[in-house]
Design a protein around this ligand. Sequence first.
Ligand SMILES: Cc1ncc(COP(=O)(O)O)c(C=O)c1O
Length: 416
Amino acid sequence: MKVLSGRMPCNTPNGSWLGMVKLTERVRNIEYAIRDVVVHAKRLEKAGRKVIYLNIGDPVKYDFPTPQHIKGALIEAVKGDFNWYAPSEGLPELREAVCEKEKKYNRVDLSPEDVIVTHGVSEGIQMVMAALVEPGAEVLVPGPSYPPYPAFIKFFGGKPVAYRTVEEAGWQPDVEDMASKVTAKTCGIVVVNPNNPCGALYEEQTIKDIVDLAAQHGLPVFSDEIYDRIVYGRKFTSTSAVAGETPVIGLNGFSKTYLMTGWRLGYVYIHDPEGKLGDLKQNIEKEARIRLSANTPMQKAAVAALRGPQDHIPEMVEKLRARRDYVWRRFNEMKGLSCAKPEGAFYVFPKIEDVSRWGSDRDFALSLLDETGVLLVHGSGFDTVYGFSHFRMVFLPPLETLEEALDRLEKFMAKN
Ligand SMILES: Cc1ncc(COP(=O)(O)O)c(C=O)c1O
């Protein structure tokens, strides 16, 4: 076989493999603790054990089905032949509906051209980081952090730098620590509010302080607000609502509030009243063009979600509040654990008082899984420093399931 210069042959003329294809470091280095732990759980299930999955933040897998009127709108869209490629930036009516929603609930002024519809916030993170992270650039991320932020920053050759969030203050960001970590290489600050994995809801003053810091250094804020309407008391403040002329790249979507996780739809918007971000928007639109468009029928359904009845949201929040209260009380009564009270989203991030008994928080999670069949995610999967000695649990399941899981955990804690 003729070998093209500089290229290793992967197979021979008779089709047998000579060697492995060479994979990029980029993909080799991807880690995602939330889904990686599932491998161990599947092994147990294969051996006939029942596993209680408390690792993934998908409300639709529990007793929070997608509302009927949203499902109906999807069916109508498909039947009505809205099955073509949509404009790459999103259907105009959806971009308008997003502006109405952001104005009504979050006090954010946008025009439809500021909004780009994506396949979930996940694709939004990818597009934004692809546009702004040069190799070697640093991005400040919360410690602990929702893993796709550090993962995509690394994917594009950048360096995530975790800023401290303070457990004793309900996991509020430590803005002084954040300030001390700004360098000449910093290209933005990620804020996740309400927060995954900690359930924190950031105080308005803290957000203003972050915005001031960003303004001082000429940095944009990336503000993930996917849990904006899942809060348990205090009011949610959108970063863009208090940003003034500081640029904010907002990320939001339909997975959580509108219970459309599997439908993969979200949006990115650019709040930049003084045009400080130059042609970032046009360049994110170029990225949107090379993947053609987001799902068209889903976008029609998303318009119905935003403009239709909203009753399922307070109902969901009330159900979740009871689960949050239950879980939080049980954790604080349990030997060897303590827990800050989540004020938003549907996660708790308790502290394991003496994790050295197991080795690490990962060893803790794996032995808990082995002994009890309860699957949690180890805290260091969210940040090796700020997440260490913790674990994340979702409080999405019905109370009976939570009770069963926590009884097993309590026995495990008492025994070990
Ligand atoms: C903070 C945060 N952002 C984004 C996502 C993913 O959103 P989407 O389903 O829109 O991709 C999640 C999902 O857990 C999340 O917790």
